[in-house]
Structures are given as structure tokens and as C-alpha cells.
Design a protein around this ligand. Structure first.
Ligand code: 5RP
Length: 229
């Protein structure tokens, strides 16, 4: 992607993030996503907190927690609360039916917990993330290391082509100490059925298909905000 395209995409991400933070109310517990688009939203929230907005938050990753704290946003322990009022996160792909692929940044497990706990799960994206069918982006699968080969083989049985995620030629480990398999299922005709099949695999902690977890997608395209819900 050229620098002009990247600037354009960042402008869209920022616009979507600004639209989403307007939905946050005083007193809310806010779920904070992970990734570049979520980061725009967290920084916008940080500005509002500095101006007096009173919120508490839960973070979907260690890097998000560190960023939020640096901006003066109070972070609660995710394991000690029962629900989140509103969450704001990005996505790698979404359809108009609000099915998503997430986990490009490796935070899918905590992101899924936050989305599941959220009364109002908002996804913020630039226009490049909208697809007719999910699957051009591979489905990230978080796997407990000792079950790696078993889960890999089960993914193969579901006609998925798995690839262990690495960073600098080393295994990539999530915040939870697990591995990620990026699984290519081709274009996915029935994301819900695939999600259900993946959910049955022992040792698979979470996968990046987010089905029935999203209240609305706020997408920015050019200078327009488009809402899918
Ligand atoms: C991280 C995610 C991100 O939300 C997703 O990868 C989108 O990231 P970005 O906003 O940087 O494009 O799921 O695990």
C-alpha cells in the first residue's frame, strides 16, 4: 500500500473511531479493542477523559491496557466484572450481515470475551474491511501449545489450510501464552457452521470468526460514515 493510500485509510479509521466514541456515556464500562483502528478510538477516549468524561474500561490486550493507562483511562480486571456497557474494536473483515473475521493482531480470545460481555459491541473500520463473503483474510485460531498438532490436523479435516503464525522467524505467542494457526478456508459460504465446527475442537481456545457478537459496524468511506446494524 502506498503512503497516500495509507493516509487515506488512516483518515477513514480515525473518522469511524470519532463516530464511535460519541456513543460512550458518562459512567460506562467500556471495552477497548486492539489494533490500529481501536487505537484511534482509545486515543479519542483519552482526550474525552482528560476533559472530564467519567468511564472505566477493560482491555482486550496488554498493549491496549498499557496505552489506555498512559492516557489516564482507569482499567478494570476483565475477570472481575459481569458486563461491559459498550465496546469499540476493529475487524479484519466484515459482511453486511455483521459476521466478522478478527484476530489479525492476535488478540482474538480477549476480544471475543469483551464482545460477548458487551451490551453494545461496536466495530469501527475503514472501507477496505467490507466484503461480500468472509475468507480472503485467513481465520486466526488460538491454540493451547500442547494441542497444536491435534488442532492443526482437525483444521485440515475441515478443509482448512493452516499456517503457524510466526514473528521474526520465531513462533508467535499471544498474551495468553498460546500459539496461533492462521487457517485458510477459502471464501466461507456458511461462517456460522464453520464457527460451530471449530468450537467443537478440544484445545482450540478461540477462533477469529465473530458471529452474532456485533451490534453495529461503523464504517468510514471517503468522508462518509456508514452504519451497518
Ligand atoms: C486484533 C484485531 C483487530 O481488530 C484487527 O486485526 C483489525 O486491526 P486494524 O484496526 O489494525 O486493521 O482483531 O486482534
Amino acid at each position: 500500500m502506498g503512503i497516500i493510500d495509507q493516509n487515506h485509510q488512516n483518515a477513514e479509521k480515525l473518522a469511524a473511531a470519532k463516530a464511535a466514541v460519541k456513543l460512550v456515556k458518562n459512567g460506562d464500562i467500556v471495552g477497548l479493542g486492539t489494533g490500529t483502528t481501536a487505537t484511534f478510538a482509545i486515543k479519542e477516549l483519552g482526550k474525552l477523559v482528560a476533559e472530564g468524561l467519567n468511564i472505566k474500561a477493560v482491555a482486550s490486550s496488554i498493549r491496549t491496557e498499557e496505552l489506555a493507562k498512559s492516557l489516564g483511562i482507569e482499567i478494570l480486571n476483565l475477570g472481575e466484572i459481569s458486563s461491559v456497557d459498550i465496546s469499540i474494536d476493529g475487524a479484519d473483515e466484515f459482511t453486511e450481515g455483521l459476521d466478522l473475521i478478527k484476530g489479525g493482531g492476535g488478540a482474538l480470545f480477549r476480544e471475543k470475551i469483551v464482545a460477548s460481555m458487551s451490551k453494545n459491541a461496536i466495530i469501527v473500520t475503514d472501507a477496505s474491511k467490507k466484503v461480500k463473503k468472509l475468507g480472503s483474510f485467513t481465520v486466526p485460531v488460538e491454540v493451547i501449545p500442547l494441542a497444536y498438532q491435534y488442532v492443526f490436523d482437525q483444521i485440515t479435516k475441515l478443509n482448512g489450510k493452516g499456517k503457524k503464525r510466526t514473528t521474526d522467524h520465531q513462533d508467535y505467542f499471544t498474551d495468553n501464552g498460546n500459539l496461533i494457526i492462521d487457517a485458510d478456508f477459502g471464501l466461507i459460504d456458511d461462517p456460522k457452521a464453520l464457527s460451530n465446527d471449530l468450537n467443537k475442537i478440544d484445545g482450540l481456545l478461540a477462533h477469529g470468526l465473530f458471529i452474532d457478537l456485533t451490534a453495529q459496524v461503523i464504517m468510514s468511506e471517503q468522508s462518509e460514515i456508514i452504519i451497518f446494524k
